[in-house]
Design a protein around this ligand. Sequence first.
Ligand code: G1P
Length: 271
Amino acid sequence: MIKQAIIPLAGLGTRLLPLTSVFAKELLPINGKPGIEYILDECIEAGIKEVIFIISKKKLMIKKYFYNDSFYKKIIKTKKDPRIIKEYKKLLKYKKIIKFVYQNKPLGTGDAVLKTKKFIKDNYFLMLLPDDLIIKKNCSKSMIKVHNRYKVSVMASMNVNKKNVSRWGIFKLGKKLNKKNYFIKGVVEKPSISNAPSNKAVIGRYILPKKIFSELLKTKIGESGEFHITDAIQSLIHKKKTFLAHNFDGKYLDCGTMSGYIKSSLELNKL
Ligand code: G1P
């Protein structure tokens, strides 16, 4: 069973500047609700019991958002507003399952995952990237179903326009397992158009094996000054560990870029 999820939240959010110069992108409202709450709701609905937030000292506002009890208690005492009481109760519900770990240098997703090493209990865990909202169908839940059936790692996948491949991790696909799932032969982080092995992109939902930690410990920081989870996944695939690409049914919203962020609110407003 997949009971733990991790969410890297220490990123600088440069694609959303100037909004992110003083504000955590994961708290930015998307149709009136912080992006991170959509991600938490997806986890809870998928049966996740513990969510590990990887934050940095610069993103302490995220912790504050969930730990502002004395502020709420005071307001509720004087105002007794049912809406505020409901919102506070929701925060308390989230708080019960969240744990915080720190990544104070922005060294990439690989480094962020490594910070959770001593907290992961089972052989597999879920990782969600908060820039990626998937609406209409719970992607994590579908991936957990696939994992429970085949007992392997699973990554969310979507066709993207060939000319945009350098925005994503891109899969080299192997055989089709069934209608929605493919074996993965490899994965390349943000390739150029000419180097892209396909136009199937990695979207930010991963069911990763605990083995990824030993692979991450061996990974060296690249020229960019960061190391990517994609590279550790590629090493495991090279060592014949099975990874599946799951073509999810929900609608993907890219909240990590300005145009995508704006579109996300409009899409959610239509629901
Ligand atoms: C990250 C991953 C990339 C993946 C993308 C999905 O990139 O490194 O492989 O395709 O998320 O959103 P980032 O958005 O951090 O640049």
